[in-house]
Write a protein that binds this ligand. Sequence first.
Ligand SMILES: Nc1ncnc2c1ncn2[C@@H]1O[C@H](COP(=O)(O)OP(=O)(O)OP(=O)(O)O)[C@@H](O)[C@H]1O
Length: 299
Amino acid sequence: MSVTEMTETPLLTVEHLTMRFGGLVANNDVSFVARTGEITALIGPNGAGKTTLFNCVTGFYTPTVGRLSLRHPDGREFLLERMPGYRIAQSGVARTFQNIRLFGGMSVLENLIVAQHNKLMDASGFAIAGLFGLPTYAKAEKAALELAKYWLERVRLTEFADWEAGNLPYGAQRRLEIARAMCTEPVLLCLDEPAAGLNPRESGELAEILTFIRDARNPNGHRTGVLLIEHDMSVVMRISDHVVVLDYGRKISDGDPTSVKNDPAVIRAYLGEDEDAELPPEVAGDLPASVVHPAPKEI
Ligand SMILES: Nc1ncnc2c1ncn2[C@@H]1O[C@H](COP(=O)(O)OP(=O)(O)OP(=O)(O)O)[C@@H](O)[C@H]1O
């Protein structure tokens, strides 16, 4: 158990989560905890149920069974399993998707301002204060711009602020998605395969951004816990504090990266029954050499 694990109270507690689609059980009695000050990675072979779990946490699906509790630093608790998605977003959960979903025709900066729409609408008294240029709205508008600039700087996109988001290079679009999510000032950031399609240099930049989010206090003084789905094991092993492994909807392992990558159940899930089979290269890079290159069988 890491020091943070001992000191940080749970941020997200998933208890007995089950999600069925007719006869298919995409998540089967899954329980785990994600903490502030940690990056929790959710890994597993294709179809293991990772995105379904994200969709339950973020309100896209209502779980068939289970409890999903989000605890804010001030002690407030939100039971996510019965809340609609927009309420979950307002309760401090932000997410990105496997496929980039930016407002491609808007500028980079506008994407970050739009993310703060709720806050600005509140300050505008639903347009009245905004229309009359009242100080409350002007102040909120200035704060929104400051926050956008702060995250632009963190994700190294300041010089692209006026670009159309859709014209950014792919890796920059991925970073902008993270900045946009952070502009909602979440307590929990859920990232669905943020390293997909990135080259090694871009993956390195992503890792830096995610560890920064884990370690730093945000401008509002709060910290953000990170829940991450990722297939790129070099990223997972480098930055995760806690790894949860799913296979066929069930949790098969849960612990620090070293114990998880040496867990026979995990190795079996990736290798299948045929232990001489080649591991996918993105997984092989971080499993023990004895598994990656099995010794030839003696005849
Ligand atoms: N809306 C849905 N209706 C029916 N089945 C679904 C639905 N969403 C997911 N599934 C099924 O649930 C199972 C888990 O899918 P899920 O996308 O959660 O896996 P995953 O671990 O995220 O996979 P990948 O790594 O390929 O993204 C799959 O068999 C999938 O076909």
